[in-house]
Design a protein around this ligand. Structure first.
Ligand code: SAH
Length: 346
């Protein structure tokens, strides 16, 4: 399958085809992605037909739209049955594509729907890149009302922990930057805090943004919400994040899902402010999106505003994130397959 073959090896996959033909195909796959092979206008019909059934490494099982057509969620199904979800959010001047790096997730953060569903498998580099190519083709050929016709931001905030699937995620980023021509500055890797992964990413040549899903500013609380904190406690995480900042000079962001009475207290706000200041990090607050098995409740708007006020008072940059696609289970932390037809729940 074209997207599952490293772009540089397409020629081996299409042995016998002239080099220029393979180059043309590579351009269609990565530089000007199209939804269907019939749109690959400069390729001979026979060649197009040869790949027609295998262009995408998955089928589009479900496509849902909300927010007046400016949010779209896709449920892709790989041939082996693994589910891959992506969400595209359009704004007047930008588009953000949220992609998955794993089918399911092993890290079991209490409030996250993907974690509640368990781990299925890692996604291949090609499966990660194909999500980007598909959304790019969609924007170009179908589009969203009042939205740019291309992807401006890519965030690894869909299903899975990108740094737990390091080599494939690395290769996916390489293909995006070197083959698709996407700027590394438009890519954000979001992590629950896999310290060795942060260190490795800091040594890669691409200046991608790093988002740390922190959610709690002391180890006791953090371990109760994000179990991997036991292995990589806050002090270690902060050290690795600081190292990333030193090496890349990319502003870090700290993600903080606001949970009523859990991590929205004054005490947490002051502790978070201290960490954020030391890291020169920007804090994103987001109200918890309810998931079927979450015990925690979302903080009220007034609590979130108060929390933000404390951070600002401590000279920390803070944004309260809007939530998109809640009605289609496309919001942060809601991605997981409910269709009940993944291998795991069979
Ligand atoms: N594993 C990576 C990326 C996937 S989660 C990470 O943890 O960063 C993407 C973001 O959504 C993370 O910041 C995560 O903490 C947040 N999130 C998870 N569940 C959520 C929920 N139910 N409501 C709001 N945000 C949630």
């Amino acid at each position: 399958m074209p997207y599952l073959t490293p772009p540089e090896e397409l020629g081996t996959y299409f042995e016998g085809e002239p080099t220029y033909r393979v180059d043309q195909l590579r351009e269609w796959l990565y530089e000007h992605p199209v939804l269907k092979t019939v749109d690959m206008t400069n390729l001979p019909i026979a060649f197009r037909e040869r790949i027609a059934g295998s262009l995408w490494p998955f089928e589009v099982e479900m496509e849902q739209s909300s927010d007046q057509g400016t949010t779209r969620k896709w449920l892709f199904r790989a041939r082996d049955g693994a589910a891959i979800e992506s969400v595209l959010m359009g704004y007047p001047k930008r588009t953000t594509l949220c992609i998955s790096s794993q089918a399911g997730c092993a890290l079991a953060c209490t409030f996250c729907a993907t974690g509640q569903f368990g781990f299925e498998r890692h996604l291949d580099a090609g499966e990660i890149v194909a999500q980007v190519a598909y959304a790019q083709a969609f924007l170009r050929q179908i589009g969203m009302p009042g939205v740019p016709d291309h992807i401006t931001n890519i965030v690894f905030m869909g299903m899975g922990e990108p740094l737990a699937n390091y080599d494939r995620v690395r290769e996916a980023i390489r293909r995006m930057v070197e083959v698709m021509g996407i700027s590394a500055r438009s890519i954000t890797v979001s992590t629950v805090g896999i310290v060795p992964g942060i260190r490795r990413l800091a040594d890669e040549p691409w200046p991608v943004y790093l988002a740390i899903s922190m959610h709690a500013a002391d180890d006791e609380l953090r371990t109760s919400l994000v179990p991997i904190n036991k292995r990589y406690p806050l002090a270690m995480l902060e050290e690795a994040a600081a190292e990333y900042f030193e090496k890349k000079r990319r502003r870090l962001s700290i993600e903080w899902t606001m949970m009523d009475g859990v991590n929205d207290t004054e005490d947490q706000a002051f502790k978070l402010a201290a960490i954020a200041r030391r890291l020169h990090a920007h804090v994103n607050l987001i109200a918890l999106n309810p998931t079927p098995l979450t015990a925690e409740k979302a903080s009220s708007e007034s609590r979130i505003n108060e929390f933000a006020r404390i951070l600002k008072g401590e000279k920390v940059n803070v944004t309260i994130r809007d939530t998109r696609g809640q009605d289609i289970d496309a919001a942060c932390g809601q991605l997981r397959v409910i269709a009940g037809n993944s291998r795991k729940s069979d």
